[in-house]
Design a protein around this ligand. Structure first.
Ligand code: SAH
Length: 352
């Protein structure tokens, strides 16, 4: 393998930083020996911090209504073909109860940006989950809100928030979203969440239309500025009823390389091998773990709504029960020599 590349990888590992040239060298390196060294370094780092533990997050996709119109997303407001649903508080609680029975200690409530769940409704849901599962971690992934609203969720018992910044470059952000949305607002939300005391996750899609390696470099710099506890990345996958229907999907290869780079830069970060990665490649989640990821997010949504929460085409695990997903993932994890942890899986520097 190229000496330059090995030097670059060793340097990222040593310094926790990457140069623009280093990123270029890695992202353009051919698969094989060259990338093997990168994945091995990332895996080693993850093993040193987390051992062979993989944390599970039970995902409850509780609404497919959305007031936003992001060009890439299958549940965008303008997609009149999307099948819309909302779960009641009782249904959400039943998902969490089922998850707790399967050994999950973290629940992620994700949905479109849906005004039906106003502050009062949302806080009621959060505090009811907290009352029934006092020791669990409650993660929200419901988009941009005011600082006051984020504070009220936190006071009701939420402790983590996932809000991918999608792209740090403002011009690129403008190519992926209508002009009513701004990257600045999204970044502001992330800093607000962090200040309030949440464990915060940012992230990007890999291979969105017009994304350049300069953009990706800007994303890494933004992440270094934010200091996230979690980073969610997965390949962009086109959805047939969106403006990006005919765009190319993101590369699995580049996604895996980025996972490895992020593991080297942020050794302690919680890094999921995402469902999108598992959709783009049947063994994508296993490959993700072997490239440094340490989190999986199995679906706890009721089977009758799973086929309606379609952010992109071909999404996996839409036909299964929660228990089946849990067993399937456990087998996959064990087949590569790792095991499921029943720990909450907080960031190593974080306790709340
Ligand atoms: N409404 C919430 C949750 C969005 S869905 C919010 O605004 O944060 C969670 C993530 O799915 C998004 O942040 C986006 O990065 C990803 N996503 C959406 N459409 C996608 C697509 N077509 N391919 C891959 N990932 C997609």
């Amino acid at each position: 393998m190229s000496r330059d590349l090995k030097k670059e990888i060793d340097e990222i590992r040593r310094s926790g930083r990457i140069s623009r040239e280093g990123l270029e060298l890695i992202l353009t390196a051919p698969a094989g020996d060259d990338t093997g060294y990168l994945f091995e370094a990332a895996r080693d780092t993850s093993l040193r911090i987390f051992g062979r533990d993989i944390y599970l997050r039970g995902l409850v996709e509780f609404t497919s209504h959305c007031k936003n119109d992001c060009y890439y997303c299958g549940i965008r407001r303008s997609n009149t073909k999307a099948d819309r649903y909302r779960l009641t508080e009782e249904e959400i609680l039943a998902c969490c109860d089922a998850g707790a029975g399967l050994g999950f200690s973290t629940f992620v409530l994700q949905g479109g940006d849906d005004p039906y769940y106003d502050d009062e409704r949302m806080c009621h849901i959060i505090s009811s989950i907290r009352a029934r599962h006092p020791d669990c971690a409650i993660t929200l992934s419901i988009g941009e809100r005011s600082r006051k609203t984020y504070q009220s969720y936190y006071d009701a018992g939420a402790n983590r928030y996932l809000l991918r910044h999608e792209t740090a470059n403002e011009d690129h952000y403008g190519m992926l979203h209508p002009s009513s949305m701004s990257g600045k607002d999204r970044k502001r939300c992330l800093f607000d969440l962090k200040e309030i005391g949440y464990q915060v996750g940012c992230g990007i899609m890999v291979g969105t239309p017009c994304q350049t390696r300069d953009d990706i470099y800007e994303d890494i710099l933004f992440m270094q500025e934010l200091g996230p506890h979690m980073i969610g990345i997965g390949p962009f996958i086109a959805h047939k009823d969106t403006p990006f229907a005919n765009e190319d999907n993101g590369s699995v290869d580049v996604t895996l390389k980025l996972l490895a780079i992020l593991r080297l830069i942020f050794p302690k970060v919680l890094l999921p091998a995402t469902t999108a990665l598992g959709t783009a490649d049947g063994a994508g989640r296993e490959k993700g773990i072997l490239a440094g990821a340490n989190v999986l997010m199995p679906n706890l949504s009721p089977p009758d709504v799973r086929g309606k929460y379609l952010l992109y085409d071909g999404k996996i695990c839409t036909g299964e029960e929660a228990a089946e997903c849990r067993i399937c993932l456990q087998k996959r994890i064990e087949s590569i020599g790792y095991h499921v942890s029943d720990d909450r899986g907080d960031h190593p520097d974080f306790r709340n």
